[in-house]
Design a protein around this ligand. Structure first.
Ligand code: MG
Length: 382
């Protein structure tokens, strides 16, 4: 079973080095505030179940301005970073849950990096991203180089730092003195921590000049997030007097066999949405082994995929579905299929296409053993 993954965003600092009056996490980075970008990164990450944001006690009134599709809670921080994290950890009741502790000032964290940390924590219990030091290292005093140091075995630490909730909570309870991060606290408690590859883009916004650089990267990534997913499905014919295709019952001398209502078109479209989200397939979300989906209307599956896209901040902008069969003839039904699919997906009819082709009597569709369907959907980050 996949464990719960709670992201803890540490946003309680005052960020003096970044200049400006307002704490840096609340300041604009292009179109949104820094904290909104960081929250959005964890909100869309497939592995994350819920988000806990640690705010400065003076900022608790701003909690209502934060929005996420996933469960979101805000807790008040403490006097130091470690006290803030401890307050958040106290809210995670399942000791086996994975917690990802992340600086709100790293809004450019990628889905792939979050997934790497979660996978490694699942395997070994504790993991954090880091990059090897590539620059030469010097010591210096009074603007003069006084010596050199080997960079061998040195890393630049990043976040999210991932742990099992019970283990890191115990480490925080026994911690003495101040620590730079949670890896230091974990290691002081004897917890080994694996290193996973970090990312240059996942830098911590620290100085005033970092804001423009981060804003440019975020806007670019946001504008470019257009996704295409494909889906393919087949159902075999069996006894019956109608088939259901794209939500429409079409009289026929046979029916399609399947665990649900066997709507091959709607299944292909649903899989295309999951594909664009990079989140599994219909069989994963609705296991055929689960009796509750027996004979289920496929609308349930499609509505789930459409809802998931919205939850992750994506707008479905287009859908194209091709049904492959010799019979029944789709022509008389194609307009009603199109409007049914448009309605279910919240799309304008001119952004939806349902079409059909035969396979020239070749192959299993040509021999009328079953119907195949292909679908393509386009998603745009909204
Ligand atoms: Mg199917």
């Amino acid at each position: 079973m996949t464990p719960n993954v709670t992201a803890i965003l540490v946003a309680a600092g005052r960020g003096a080095r970044a200049g400006g009056g307002l704490a840096k996490q609340w300041r604009p980075l292009g179109a949104r505030r820094m904290i909104d970008w960081t929250l959005a990164a964890f909100d869309r990450a497939a592995d994350v179940t819920e988000v806990l944001v640690v705010l400065h006690p003076d900022d608790m009134a701003l909690a209502g301005t934060l929005q996420a599709g996933k469960p979101l809670r805000c807790v008040a921080g403490g006097a130091e970073r470690s006290a803030s994290v401890a307050n958040a950890l106290a809210q995670v009741t399942d000791p086996e849950a994975i917690v990802l502790i992340h600086d709100a000032a790293r809004p450019l964290v990628s889905d792939a990096l979050i997934a790497r940390v979660v996978a490694e924590v699942s395997r070994t219990g504790a993991a954090a991203p880091a990059l090897p030091v590539v620059d030469a290292l010097w010591t210096g005093a009074e603007d003069r180089v006084t010596g050199t140091r080997s960079r061998e075995g040195l890393f630049r630490a990043q976040t999210p730092q991932g742990f099992r909730a019970g283990a890191i909570r115990a480490a925080h309870e026994n911690a003495t003195g101040s620590a730079a991060d949670d890896v230091e606290i974990a290691r002081a408690a004897g917890l080994p921590v694996a290193i996973v590859p970090g990312e240059e883009q996942n830098f911590k916004i620290t100085y005033p000049q970092d804001f423009a650089r981060a804003a440019a990267l975020l806007e670019e990534a946001d504008a470019m997030d257009i996704r295409t997913g494909n889906g393919y499905d087949v159902h075999r014919f069996g006894p019956g007097d109608a088939v259901i295709l794209c939500g429409v019952e079409v009289p026929h001398d046979r029916a399609l066999m399947g665990h649900s209502d066997a709507d091959v078109g709607m299944h292909a479209v649903t899989d295309a949405i999951y594909g664009a989200l990079g989140d599994g397939d219909i069989g994963q979300h609705f296991p055929p082994s689960d009796p509750q989906w027996k004979g289920a209307a496929s609308e349930i599956f499609l509505r789930h995929a459409v809802g998931l896209a919205a939850e992750r901040g994506y707008e479905i902008t287009h859908m194209d579905c091709t049904l492959v069969c010799e019979r029944p003839k789709i022509g008389p039904y194609h307009a009603v299929m199109k409007s049914k699919m448009a309605e279910l997906m919240g799309l304008r009819p001119d952004h939806v296409s349902v079409k059909a082709t035969t396979s020239e009597r070749l192959g299993f569709t040509g021999r009328e053993e079953g119907i195949a369907a292909l679908a393509t959907v386009t998603l745009v980050r909204s």
